[in-house]
Design a protein around this ligand. Structure first.
Ligand code: ZN
Length: 308
């Protein structure tokens, strides 16, 4: 165990001052075929970095990228906070076999990480895609109910408005079919939803900041105290291939140009301030710091320094 994060969440979390962070896994394994996920990625990009990408992050035989989907459980002195809600169980996702009608012991993993659903005070979602909101709710007697009965669920207002299927200007995407109805609306109806603007802070420690592009209201969540600085960056970056090649865009980016601007800004900031980056889909060791890649001169380019 090099990173200190147990893959099944029974190890110790990462201690940053008075804050403990534990990873709670929903999925770890083969993801999409590389150029389905990243239409402009080229084999030579993986080839050039195979010494560190293969086999952990990329399988050249299947041409599939490795994907993880996890939540970050953050315990401060005062609160228990869950960042992002993975895919969830029993959700009908007719357009994604990997996400459809799952039955994973994610709640048991949460328990092994030391939290019961009723302990969670806040759920913070970087954005409202299917793989970030699933455990917001669970199916009880045929009804979707909030998984965390005592939590306030914090969503960016702009992001909520984008996915509100009741709006006349709603634009349908097949990938997000049913997501609003089974994972967002039940939270609003239960009175547990808090729609926030850029800059909203929990415990003077975790700040919601706009990081748009992947989705119209995508947020990153900054953890900062006197001595520690970390960034839960959501889907600003999906896979480590986007470090040396930040211009590699994802099929699921709503606005590629803004997504790249945001990715470059976040990566540069991580270099400049030695910030610990905690993405949602990087394989083990899951977290990294960032340095510039001096080998490439035609485009800003970065490399990971793995581990906390
Ligand atoms: Zn995602």
């Amino acid at each position: 165990m090099t990173s200190g994060f147990d893959i099944n969440c029974c190890g110790h979390g990462l201690q940053l001052g008075k804050v403990e962070i534990t990873r709670v896994q929903d999925y770890y394994g083969p993801g999409f075929i590389s150029n389905f996920m990243f239409p402009e990625v080229r084999p030579e990009m993986f080839e050039a970095h195979k010494d560190w990408l293969v086999p952990t992050f990329y399988n050249p035989e299947s041409d599939k990228i490795t994907s993880t989907i996890h939540s970050w459980l953050v315990r401060t002195e005062h609160h228990t906070i869950l960042i992002d809600g993975c895919v969830g169980n029993h959700k009908e996702r007719p357009h994604n076999e990997r996400f459809n009608m799952r039955n994973e012991p994610w709640l048991e993993r949460l328990a092994r990480a030391g939290a019961r659903p009723e302990d969670v005070d806040f759920v913070m979602c970087t954005h409202l895609h299917a793989d970030h909101v699933g455990w917001n709710t669970r199916l009880v007697d045929g009804r979707w109910v909030p998984t965390f009965p005592n939590a306030k669920y914090i969503f960016s207002r702009k992001e909520f408005e984008r996915w509100d299927t009741r709006r006349p200007d709603y634009v349908h995407t097949t990938a997000e079919e049913n997501v609003f109805e089974d994972s967002i609306l039940p939270i609003a109806e239960a009175g547990q939803m808090l729609l926030v603007e850029d800059g909203y802070t929990v415990d003077d420690l975790l700040t919601v900041e706009s990081a748009i592009g992947h989705t119209p209201g995508h947020a990153k969540i900054r953890l900062k105290d006197q001595h520690h600085h970390a960034l839960f960056c959501g889907d600003v970056i999906h896979h480590p291939i986007q470090l040396p090649y930040p211009e590699v865009w994802s099929r699921f980016d709503d606005d590629r140009v803004k997504a790249l601007e945001t990715r470059l800004a976040v990566l540069n900031e991580c270099v400049d301030h030695n910030i610990l980056m905690l993405p949602m889909h990087f394989a083990e060791p899951f977290v990294c710091r960032i340095k510039h890649n001096p080998e490439r001169t035609d485009h800003p380019s970065f490399l990971p320094i793995w581990g906390p």
